[in-house]
Ligand binder design. Sequence first.
Ligand code: ADP
Length: 282
Amino acid sequence: MPKITPQINPKQHPAADSICGRHPNYNGNVPPEPASPIADNIIQVEEVSKVYSTGRLEVAAVRGLSMNVARGEFVAIVGPSGSGKSTLFYLLGGLTHATTGRVVIDGVDFATLKDAERTRLRRHRIGFVFQKFNLLPTLSAMGNIEIAYAVSGRKEPMDRAYLDHLSDMLSIKGRLEHRPSELSGGEQQRVAIARALVTHPAIVLADEPTGNLDTKNSDAVLEMLVRSNRELGQTVLMITHNPEAAAVAGRILHMRDGQIVREEKGLRSAPPAPAAGIAHRV
Ligand code: ADP
């Protein structure tokens, strides 16, 4: 298995934070691996509230919200602007603290972790997909995937056969040597999905992944998220304001005023199929 030689030292690269959602206060100390999960629910949110304080004003963006996501589920969170979707995304991704309540990801309570530990959990176990792709412009698609793997802190070399499989699945095989500016928006987002999946995250958190794409590319990206869920057994949680995008999920949670007000089944409401061929490492 060839060893990866990142083109950039990720610790020195200013964009390393954005590709792994790293906390700005990260001090470089990497603590031991958090305890193994015991729960079937890979995401547990218990009575969580988030209040932003801006001067004398307080805004309750999330209000006593509880939800669970089972391993292997594809869940969409949908709601109008201002309903608290992004705040929930930040809470689930460990990018902000809950004011009250608990967020447990893969068996680990975020509130019990120090910044460095939380960063490590995030880098190891969460694959982020953002609306704006967040690819590094000076690196090729392959370079973007390699550096994300290097930053993830996994000890074993990147699994080239797995990346090959992902590139096939995402139809980006012939595009890996190109820089983001040479790729369409849809291709950039598919590279971003490969970057998220290559570390074998416990969950993929996608924030408006089709928000910058036309209909054709949106459909392709949604199809890729569905396939990663169906074929790799990948747990996916997608935030969107678009009900059509949300419909591809197995379960749709509707948010309003910082709470989940309704739940419905999506198109993929059947139980997830077991991962075919490709092991889902957590
Ligand atoms: P959505 O993603 O559904 O548009 P947000 O989570 O961004 O919702 O926002 C929920 C509420 O919290 C809104 O009223 C918004 O104005 C407020 N809000 C979001 N971020 C902040 C912040 N950093 N400071 C103060 N208020 C915020």
